[in-house]
Design a protein around this ligand. Structure first.
Ligand code: 2IT
Length: 445
């Protein structure tokens, strides 16, 4: 460890006690960019890193609502407006019982660099609530969303802050949130992305995170002289992101043999194809948050309370949530002959797992590069909304391809040495420099 980094992290921890996920995300970036920071007195004098780790604004609010039994429930709502150097704050809303300020600060911090990598004009932000849709009716979800937006509306806007979905927030929730915003403001604007196709949404937005991730993996494989066709994949999660990735892998001739939930994972040796892929969407909409019914429905094996990383595959794609793949999982994957791991979830790997991959010169890429296709198509949705026009499937997909290729080029430019591409370093340095330069140009704000 480097004394400068130690001192920086000590200061951060003293100011933000207990925010462990946030500390983890910051340390990863700081370790990657420290040499650049040290070598650039302009950045140091302006305390760019110290400023970057402090959100521009943090909003926390009460969300009262009443459930179907007429009982009052209270949740906590958040919006962390992290960095607006490159554009309006942009990033999803997460509704999940595990949501804390630390989780949303790690996500908002990462989002700033991810959005910078997309090449589109977007700052970084994140928000959400500790509300969980598990076991709730559609009406309860609607009332919660309406109450949430009744406070959030005053802080956001198409040129200020543009939220979207994340875990627990999909097309249904975006619809309820948008309806309430429109009603309060009496304005039909592109204030949220991930909208329905008939009312301002972009084609390919639901698929974008998964598709973009697989396009990125194609570039990683090309560096190794390989392609998706014929390779076997393990995927975790069963939500929108896993669904998009699996659809694209199938299209390219790969085979996905696992999906997982908080209850365990299923192993489907024939591959998750056809109606089985659509079934994932049904599982998500059931509000049960378990994957076990897949095993009953299609007669395959279910492994309770286990993670999919024990299955023998060529490529592993964490698509569920943060810290879902640890060092022991990393070692198991490598021992079983896995050749590539790409994080599709945000910070899907623990720092132990990331260090293990990099120390072994194993091909690994971080979420802020791999999953940036989601927010990139959100950016394209904002462009279309501003023009009051819709692009075709082909147009959006072509732009998504170009953006993912651009991110891969950036990672290679900043991360390649001695024939090994350190994608973590490449993504962090590439994302950082652009934000740092914009902050310098905009003065002490
Ligand atoms: O983590 C992410 O990049 C997202 N949840 C998507 C954010 C967005 O604004 O589309």
């Amino acid at each position: 460890m480097n004394a400068g980094i130690d001192l920086f992290m000590e200061g951060l921890k003293a100011r933000t006690p207990g925010e462990t996920e946030f500390h983890q995300a910051v340390l990863e970036v700081v370790e990657s960019v420290w040499d650049v920071y040290d070598a650039n007195p302009r950045y140091k004098q302006a305390k760019i890193l110290e400023r970057m780790v402090e959100p521009e604004r943090t909003i926390m609010f009460r969300v009262p609502w009443s459930n179907d039994k007429g009982e009052v429930e209270i949740n906590r709502g958040y919006r962390v407006e992290f960095n607006s150097a490159l554009g309006p704050y942009k990033g999803g809303l997460r509704f999940h019982r595990s949501v804390t300020l630390s989780i949303l600060k790690f996500l908002g911090f990462e989002q700033t660099f991810k959005n910078s990598l997309t090449t589109l004009p977007m700052g970084g932000g994140k928000g959400g609530s500790d509300f969980s849709a598990k076991g709730r009716s559609d009406n309860e979800i609607m009332r919660f969303c309406q109450s949430f937006m009744t406070e959030l509306f005053r802080h956001i806007g198409p040129n200020t802050d543009v939220p979207a979905g994340d875990i627990g927030v999909g097309g249904r929730e975006i619809g309820y949130l948008f309806g309430q915003y429109k009603r309060i403001r009496n304005e039909f604007t592109g204030v949220l992305t991930g909208k329905g196709l008939g009312w301002g949404g972009s084609l390919i937005r639901p698929e974008a995170t998964g598709y973009g991730a697989v396009y990125f993996v194609q570039h990683m494989l090309k560096e190794m002289g390989k392609e998706v066709n014929g390779l076997t994949f393990s995927v975790s999660g069963f939500g929108n992101v896993a669904w998009g990735a699996i659809s694209k892998i199938n299209e390219l001739g790969g085979k996905v043999v696992t999906v997982s939930g908080p209850d365990g994972y299923i192993y489907d040796p024939a591959g998750i194809t056809g109606a089985k892929v659509d079934y994932l969407l049904e599982l998500r909409e059931s509000n049960n948050d378990i994957v076990a019914p897949y095993a009953e429905e299609f007669g395959v094996e279910f492994f309770p309370d286990a993670k999919p990383w024990e299955a023998k595959v060529d490529i592993a794609l964490p698509c569920a949530t943060q810290n879902e793949l640890d060092e022991a999982d990393a070692l198991k994957l490598m021992k079983n002959g896995c050749i590539l791991v790409a994080e599709v979830s945000n910070m899907g790997c623990t720092s132990g797992a990331v260090n293990c991959f990099i120390n072994n010169k194993f091909t690994f890429a971080p979420g802020k590069a791999v999953n940036a296709g989601g927010v990139a198509v959100s950016g394209l949705e904002m462009s279309q909304n501003s023009m009051r026009y819709n692009w075709t499937n082909e147009e959006v997909d072509k732009r998504l391809h170009l953006i993912m290729q651009d991110i891969h080029d950036t990672c290679t430019r900043h991360g390649k040495s001695d024939g090994y591409i350190n994608y973590v370093k490449g993504a962090n340095v590439g994302g950082f420099v652009k934000v740092a330069e914009a902050m310098l140009a905009q003065g002490l704000v």
